[in-house]
Design a protein around this ligand. Structure first.
Ligand code: 13P
Length: 254
């Protein structure tokens, strides 16, 4: 069955104290208003994870994610964080291939395939991000780009492993810009992604994989996006930095 997931990607925001405060506020609102109806995943900066984990401990549908991990298991890679380190502080998910990693850190599909493998080997669910730039959309390359992002980083996986991957469609032009894909544009791409997966792995897997939408999701546009048949939740950036707005987005999913 497809999991309904709303994930908050804090990116490089919040000092440690601000992060603790935000998680406490989210827990309070979540407990009162949406407890155990939607999976909520929080992706704070790495150094916050260890101390935030106990705050959500024992809450069955509230989980933690890393924003990235190394493609190597361990060793002399200064500044990197491994998948096993993330798992050891309680992460069940890790975001892989965010467009900001692709753009600013030159992460390629081949490189990301290794991160996917290492995340799965450490029993974490990758939240694998795909998305086209505005230029790619305008020159009609969007389907080709999304198909390459999927096939080059994921399609080496056997079926039983792909089942554990969550996909996030984040059109690059909609991230942090206030420009959201219309619900029709998002639904069209989500259906395309599901079809590509069905063609390769069959309908059963395609129907059961969660595909999240990300890109300027806000409390006032979340419901319309989440009502689309192929949208199973959201990956939220800016609006995840404030508890009231984030929990309102979670409520739009339930
Ligand atoms: P915004 O919600 O700020 O557009 O960011 C989306 C995103 O990149 C989540 O990973």
């Amino acid at each position: 069955m497809r999991k309904k997931i709303v994930a908050g990607n804090w990116k490089m925001n919040k000092t440690f104290d601000e992060g603790v405060q935000l998680v406490k506020e989210i827990i309070e609102l979540y407990t009162l208003e949406v407890k155990n109806q939607v999976y909520v995943v929080l992706a704070p900066p790495f150094i916050h994870l260890y101390k935030l984990q106990p705050l959500i401990f024992g809450m069955p549908m509230l989980e933690m994610a890393g924003q990235n991990c190394s493609n190597m298991p361990n060793g002399a890679y200064t500044g990197e964080i491994s998948a096993s380190m993330l798992k050891s502080v309680g992460c069940d998910y890790v975001i892989i291939g965010h467009s900001e990693r692709r753009l600013y850190f030159n992460e390629t599909n081949d490189w990301l395939a290794k991160k996917i493998d290492i995340a799965l080997a450490n029993l974490m669910q990758p939240i694998y991000c795909v998305g086209e730039t505005l230029e790619e959309r305008n020159n009609g390359k969007l389907y080709q780009i999304i198909e390459a992002q999927l096939s080059e980083a994921l399609f080496h996986l056997p079926e039983e492993q792909l089942r554990h991957v969550v996909i996030a469609y984040e059109p690059v032009w909609a991230i942090g810009t206030g420009l959201t894909a219309t619900s029709a544009q998002a639904q069209e791409m989500h259906a395309f992604i599901r079809k590509i997966i069905a063609d390769k792995y069959g309908n059963d897997l395609a129907e059961n994989i969660s595909i999240l939408y990300g890109g300027s999701v806000k409390p006032d546009n979340a419901r319309e996006l989440f009502e689309q048949p192929d949208i199973d939740g959201g990956l939220i950036g800016g609006a995840a930095l404030q508890a009231r707005g984030f929990v309102d987005i979670v409520k739009a999913m339930k």
